[in-house]
Ligand binder design. Structure first.
Ligand code: ZN
Length: 366
């Protein structure tokens, strides 16, 4: 666990509650210093870290299996002059890095030598994700979790288990793609509020939030996959009931119901939402096309919309995928099958890859 992070013009101090190795490298376009860490939780929030004016961005989080990463973006080239690795007192470890401005060409050679070193490492390790500026960030949101189990099938399948298992399959299907970074809103059986799921995607500057579900609906004959986008008025009555049921997740878990935000008329937010909405629609069509092409069973009119709270990030294209419905025993049987999950994950991965290639939405933004 990273318990503290302080930044100023001269450097950075990073404290862990356990001994931890930190690997550093320099990256260009934009200028960044990247710290690779063992997989760590963060007891701090990026927004609450005070940044000197030279620091343009700060992101951290899990980057891949067993690894976390801190990425600091700078307005001008700097290099890490010294690294005091781990002054350890009891179980705590503090790493101190000192930064210093550097000329552009010297910075460039640092970037190159770091890259060469990483290549050598990569030859011995599993493929490491590069943090190229044009990285597409996918946030997979396994629906429900912890106290909120979601739907339950006739064979006893619990929705929260299905969604997590599938999210990990999809993550694995994209793991080898260096241009796509995948993060999950939950890695295990914990409760995450709808608001935190939305916030998670925004904090990670996601290019897409895909919330994965396998709900029950009150039409038992209905089966197949569905993609939902956000809309104020639902596309149909079934979708409307489904969204109402989904939006109760926080209440089910004992959280106070969120007050309805007063309608704020802001033309910039409206424009942003409209743009985000059109990206969401484009990705949804891509996913449906790919599922159709690969023979994944879909419901009639598989692109639907309703007021799902988890899809409300104004700046992150967001989709909710119902893989199938636990109210239908045939769907339940299918979703329990490993080969089906692998196939579905492969199909979605392909569609996401195709979309990401063309639309690196938040790419390289400071
Ligand atoms: Zn659900």
């Amino acid at each position: 666990m990273v318990t503290a992070l302080t930044l100023d013009e001269a450097g950075l101090a990073l404290t862990f509650d356990t001994p931890a190795d930190v690997t550093i490298r320099h990256l260009d376009t934009p200028v960044r210093i990247v710290l690779d860490l063992p997989e760590s939780g963060f007891a701090i929030e990026a927004d609450s870290v005070v940044r000197p004016s030279t620091v343009q961005s700060l992101r951290f989080g899990r980057i891949s299996e067993g690894r976390s990463r801190i990425v600091i973006g700078f307005s001008a080239p700097v290099w890490v002059v010294s690294q005091e690795g781990g002054s350890t007192s009891s179980a705590r470890t503090t790493h101190r890095l000192s930064f210093s401005p550097v000329a552009r060409d010297e910075f460039q050679s640092l970037v190159e030598s770091d890259a060469a070193q990483i290549d050598t490492e990569a030859a011995f390790q599993s493929p490491s994700r590069s943090d190229a500026p044009n990285m597409f960030t996918l946030v997979i949101d396994p629906g429900h979790g912890g106290i909120d189990g979601g739907a339950e099938g006739q064979l006893g399948t619990i929705e929260k288990d299905l969604t997590l298992a599938f999210a990990k399959k999809l993550e694995a299907a994209l793991a080898a793609d260096p241009a796509i970074r995948v993060v999950l809103t939950r890695e295990n059986d914990v409760f995450v509020s709808l608001r935190d799921r939305v916030q998670f995607a925004r904090t990670h500057r996601a290019d897409l939030l895909l919330s994965v579900h396998a709900d029950s609906i009150d039409v038992p004959g209905l089966r197949g996959a569905t993609i939902y986008t956000l809309s104020d008025s639902a596309s149909d009555a079934v979708s409307s009931r489904l969204a109402a049921q989904e939006n109760l997740a926080d209440v089910v878990a004992g959280l106070p119901a969120e007050p309805v935000a007063p309608a704020v008329s802001d033309i910039l937010i409206d424009l942003l939402k409209r743009e985000t909405g059109s990206f969401s629609g484009a990705i949804a069509r891509e996913l449906i096309l790919q599922m159709e092409r690969d023979g994944i069973r879909l419901i009639n009119n598989p692109l639907r919309s309703a007021g799902f709270r988890v899809l409300t990030a104004p700046d992150v294209p967001s989709l909710l995928l119902e893989m199938g419905y636990l109210s239908n025993i045939e769907d339940e049987k299918l979703m329990r099958e490993e080969p089906w999950r692998l196939r579905m994950a492969g199909v979605l991965a392909e569609a996401i890859r195709a979309y990401a290639k063309d639309h690196r939405l938040n790419a390289g933004a400071p």
